[in-house]
Design a protein around this ligand. Sequence first.
Ligand code: ITT
Length: 193
Amino acid sequence: MKLIFATNNAHKLSEVEAVLGDGFSLATPRECGITEDIPEEQPTLEGNASQKSHYIYDRTGCDCFADDTGLEVEALGGAPGVHSARYATDGHDFEANNRRLLSELAGCDNRHARFRTVISLIEGGEEHLFEGIVEGRIAESAAGCGGFGYDPLFIPDGFDSTFAEMSAEQKNAISHRGRAVAKLVDYLHNRAK
Ligand code: ITT
C-alpha cells in the first residue's frame, strides 16, 4: 500500500518505516513536490496531526498520515507538550530543548513524564486517529546518542537506560510512536480483509 507520510523529520520516517515493514511504501511530501514547511498551528497534538495530514491530502488527493508528538512532564503541568519542538528556541534545536528541560526540573523530585503520539490517517477521504503513549521519567543528565529530540533524557518505565541508549528496535518496540503505528497497521490490515 502506498501512503504519504506528512513529515519533514528523517528520524521519524525511519522509525515508522521499520514498524510498518513490508507491504507499505512511504513517500515524503518532498517526493510529492511539497517543499514548504507543513503548518502546525493547533493547540493540541490531535489538532496538529490532523492539520498536517489534511494539508497533504488537500494538495495530493492521496491517502496519507501525519504524526504529532509531545513530551508531557507532570511537574511542569504537561509542558512542553504540543510546544515540544520549539521549547527553547524558534527552531528544532534538540540540545537547547534538553538543556531547558533539565534546568526547569533542577531540584525537582517528581521526574514523571510521558511521550504521547497522535497519528491522523486520511484514507479514502476519511480521517482516523490513533494514539500511542509511553510512561517514564526524565533523567538527571543526558545519556546516549541514538534516537533524536528528548531521547537522551527519557527513561521509559521498567528500564534504567534512556531511549538514546537503546537500539532503534528496542525503542520502537515500546515507544509512543511504535505503539501508535502498530494501531495504524492493525487498522489497515483489518479493513483490507
Ligand atoms: P514533523 O512535524 O515534520 O513530523 P517534528 O520534529 O516537528 O516533525 P513533532 O512536532 O511531532 O515533530 O515533535 C515535536 C518535538 O518532539 C520534536 O521536535 C522532538 O523534539 C520531540 N520528539 C518527537 N518525537 C520524539 C521521540 O520519539 N523521541 C524524542 N523526542 C521526540
